[in-house]
Design a protein around this ligand. Structure first.
Ligand code: NAD
Length: 294
């Protein structure tokens, strides 16, 4: 592995384990390795693990082709990224960031496992979009060293990390998570544990409303997106953004907001539910509100 980098010294963390090598996990692993952390990427699915690892290398190759990084830099990044063949690798992690399916049962089972394997000082973090950090932390013996680190898609590009404080997250843990986010080149915003945190609580109702507007024939998809780009100065329209996030992920978050906040205003648009049932999940499935080349 490369020499212990300065960023690692500042945060007191040198090895980061990322669990889940899907859309988010691979991006978080890329960012961690670029920032100088020894990075382990694990996924329970062998094929997903390899796909995630290859995707990070592909991203680095494209950065070289576009002149954004040189070969030497990318070689150093690659030196710091390793695939973990099994979860036992968590024993060497100073920070474990979970980015598996948005399913509380699966996440709780994983955190119980990580809690048993990781040294007691290891910080546990979840990238969950909507599940309570307090609830996940409660499944471990270290709720004070448990925190939300909510990255945004695509993780290598988006500058924000919501650092989510569970009821028992210590000040020190929140500060360290924020320091890691800064070392990753991100801007942390500390928020309390509440459904949807800040960004999704505000963003998802807008996306949902755009789907209602589409299904009621207020305007077509391109017109809705264009209107929000030009009229609200959004860089991307809400329907194109839903495709980027994943319609299944959008639906999950809305269902959580609806259930946990108990307000009708969060009720998912029936069209969104039907599209998820039909497997039209957005970019990742090749079609959502728009069609994408494979
Ligand atoms: N997609 C987004 O835009 C976005 C943005 C922010 C946060 N999130 C959150 O990030 C998390 C991951 O989302 P994603 O879009 O990357 O999902 P994804 O479906 O692309 O990837 C999830 C990966 O987790 C793996 N996995 C499932 N169970 C596992 C286990 N027990 N151990 C190890 N690996 C396991 C799967 O094999 C899969 O490769 C979710 O909690 C989601 O809410 C997603």
């Amino acid at each position: 592995m490369a020499e212990r980098p300065e960023t690692a010294v500042e945060t007191g963390i040198s090895t980061v384990l990322v669990v889940g090598a899907g859309t988010m996990g691979r991006g978080i692993a890329q960012v961690a390795a670029e920032a100088g952390f020894c990075t382990l990427l694990y996924d329970a699915d062998d094929a997903a693990r390899e796909r995630g690892f290859t995707a990070v290398h592909d991203a680095w190759r494209r950065l070289v082709e576009r002149g954004k990084r040189d070969e030497t830099q990318v070689a150093a990044f690659a030196e710091r990224l390793r695939v973990a063949e099994n979860i036992a690798a968590a024993a060497s992690a100073d920070l474990a960031i979970e980015a598996i399916f948005e399913n509380p049962v699966a996440k709780i089972a994983l955190f119980r496992e990580l809690d048993a394997i990781c040294p007691s000082e290891t910080l546990l973090a979840s990238n969950t979009s909507s599940i309570s950090i307090t609830r996940l932390a409660g499944a471990t013996s270290r709720p004070d060293r448990f925190v939300g680190m909510h990255f945004f898609n695509p993780a290598p590009v988006m500058p924000l990390v919501e650092v989510v404080r569970g009821l028992r997250t210590s000040d020190r843990t929140a500060e360290r998570a924020a320091a890691v986010a800064r070392a990753f080149g991100k801007t942390p915003v500390v928020v309390q544990d509440a459904p949807g945190f800040v960004v999704n609580r505000v963003l998802l109702p807008m996306i949902n409303e755009a789907v209602f507007a589409l299904s009621e024939g207020v305007a077509g998809k391109e017109a809705i997106d264009e209107a929000m780009k030009l009229g609200a100065a959004h860089p991307m329209g809400p329907l194109a953004l839903a495709d980027l996030i994943g319609l299944d992920v959008c639906l999950d978050i809305l269902q959580t907001l609806h259930r946990d906040l108990g307000e009708d205003k969060y009720r998912p648009a029936p069209l969104l539910e039907r599209m998820v049932d039909a497997g039209l999940l957005g970019r990742k499935s090749g079609e959502g509100f728009y069609c994408y080349e494979s």
